[in-house]
Design a protein around this ligand. Structure first.
Ligand SMILES: [Ca+2]
Length: 195
């Protein structure tokens, strides 16, 4: 028997203004001075004169669809920490007030439904076009649903078991940790929504 677990609609954050990327903050919980960095490599020589400065970053906001790598040392060396979601306290990661270089990347997608085997859009990935897929293999730990599409996920093969429908109506939807709301996906349907 099918049991609808829930419907998720429009959970992706809309960009409020300007270009998208990553914002770094002086204090935990996005406090103090800050700078927004776009896609690219930003070394010590750039960080040191932009707020909050070298060895001074304590929290990071990551726009959906982006990831940032924080480096302990200048020249993109030393310990590296990759973040794919808003991170209010770098103390939790042993990386508070240490960052000396930053790389901002767009997570690659091509307009199709995509899943990654690990949370945070990491590990092996695969994409599917519109269609019905009765037997899925691999983990669906994080997913991307392009704007204008919906995806229905089933916990069992042949479109049975617990069901969750995700609609990407107004914007792309990124779910960094799907496994927390849908621990098993064995079949799924990808649809394009009517305009
Ligand atoms: Ca440092």
């Amino acid at each position: 028997m099918k049991k609808l677990l829930g419907i998720i609609a429009g959970i992706a954050l809309l960009q409020t203004s300007g270009y998208a990327g990553v914002t770094v903050y002086q204090h935990i919980n996005y406090g103090g001075t800050s700078t927004k960095y776009g896609v690219g490599r930003h070394d010590y020589s750039e960080l040191k004169w932009k707020a909050p400065g070298n060895d001074a970053i304590s929290s990071v906001r990551v726009d959906p669809g982006y990831r940032v790598i924080l480096y302990w040392d200048a020249n993109f060396r030393g310990r590296a920490l990759t973040l794919t979601k808003n991170t209010p306290n770098l103390v939790d990661y042993g990386m508070n007030d240490q960052t000396s270089a930053i790389v901002v990347e767009k997570i690659p997608v091509d307009g199709n439904f995509k899943r990654w085997e690990n949370e945070g859009y990491a590990g092996k990935s695969a994409t599917w076009k519109v269609g019905e897929y009765a037997n899925a293999t691999g983990n669906f730990a994080s997913v991307f649903i392009p704007k204008g599409h919906s995806v229905t996920l089933f916990s069992e093969a042949d479109f049975t078991g617990n069901t969750i429908a995700i609609y990407a109506q107004e914007s792309d939807v990124w779910i960094e940790n799907l496994s927390s709301i849908c621990p098993s996906v064995k079949s799924f349907i990808v649809e394009k929504n009517a305009e």
